[in-house]
Design a protein around this ligand. Sequence first.
Ligand SMILES: [Zn+2]
Length: 430
Amino acid sequence: MSTTNYLIRNARILGGDPQDIRITDGVIAEIGASLEAKGEREIAADGLIALPGLVDLHTHLREPGREDAETVLTGTQAAAKGGFTAVHAMANTFPVADTAGVVEQVWRLGRESGYCDVQPIGAVTVGLEGKQLAELGAMADSAAQVRVFSDDGKCVDDAVIMRRALEYVKAFGGVVAQHAQEPRLTQGAQMNEGVVSGELGLAGWPAVAEESIIARDVLLAAHVGSRLHICHLSTAGSVEIIRWAKSKGWDVTAEVTPHHLLLTDELVRSYDAVYKVNPPLRTEADVMALREALADGTIDIVATDHAPHPAEDKACEWAAAAMGMVGLETALCVVQSAMVDTGLMGWAEVAERMSAKPAAISGIPGHGRPVSVGEPANLVLFDADYRGEVNPDAFATRSRNTPFRGMDLPGRVVATFLRGNATVLDGELV
Ligand SMILES: [Zn+2]
C-alpha cells in the first residue's frame, strides 16, 4: 500500500458538477474547483462519478475452511474491484464463526489483506444448528467488536431461540440478521414455486416460506423492543410485511441482492446451476416490487450475498449443485442497470443504500460517511458511461459462478480508495 497523497480532478460527487478532491494523509482535505496541486499524484476523473466507498453487509468470504472457493485476501480484492471499502463476513465458515476466537481470526485476516475492511458477523447459534445461543456477548466484547449476528445459510427457525437472540443483542446495540426460510416448507426445494417450477417439475420454494418467517420475526422484534434485519428479500409479499412493520415504527431493516433486482426464475429453464441461489430467483412481478421498495426506502440497502463456489460445485445436475452467486464485482453495475438507468434512483440514493445505510445498520466506524472535507478518504470513482460485457476471467474472486457472464452491464469501477490508499486504479488492483 502506498502512502501517496492524491488530487482527483473533475469528479462528479454523487453525480453532481465536476470538482477536485484533495486527499491528504488518508483524509479528504479539500473539495473545490481547479485546486492547486501540492505535489500529489493527480488522477483525471473527467466524467467519473465519485461515491463514498461501498459497504457490503452480506459477504461470504469462505475462510476459514473453504479456501478453494475464496479467501479473505481474494474476497477483499474482489470487493475493492467492486468499489467496496468494507465488507461483513458471514459466519457460515468451517469452523463456524460462533466464538470470539474465530471472529477475531477473520477480523485479523481482513486487517492483513489491506484491500478492504472486514467486519465479521457472528453466528446466532452454536454451529448454526439453531439449538443453543452462541457466545454473542463474548463476540461483541472481542477485538472484532461484533454487532451483527446471523445464522445465514440457515434460518433461526425456533421462535424461542430467535426471541432470546433479539433480547440478548439489545445489551450492546446489536442486530440479528435473519435468513428467512421456513425449513419444513422448503424441504428439498430447488427453485421458486410457481408456473416455471410446475413446468420443469422441480420442487418449489414457496414465497410464503420466506414471508411467514419475516412476519413472525417483525412481531417478535416489536414484542421485545429489539432491532431486526432481514437478509435478501426476494418476494413482493415480503416487501408488504416490511412496509407494514415500518409503518408501525418498529426497528426493522431489510436488504435486497443485485441478482434479485435483475433476474427471474425464467432463467432456470436453462437448467444452468449458475442460476441456483438461496433465496431463489422469483418472478418479474417480484423483481418490480423489490425495485420499487428499494427506491422508496422500504428496502433499506443493497447487499451482495457474494457466495463463491468452486466450478465442481456448480458443474453438476441442478439438484446436486450448490446455491449461490458471486456478486461483489458486478453489484454497482447491476444497481446502475436496474435502478439508475431505469430512472428509479439517482446516485445520491445509490450512496445511501450501498454505503451510508449498511454502515449505519452495523455501526462500523469510519465507513458510510459523506464525501466531505474532514472525512476518511473512502471513495470509489465509477464510469457510468462505460458499456461492456461481464468477463469473469478478469474477476479477482477465486470463483466464477456469476449469472452475469457475457451480459451487457453498464458502468465500471475505475478507482477505489481505502483511507486514502488506492486499492484499485485504472480498474486494476494496486
Ligand atoms: Zn442467506
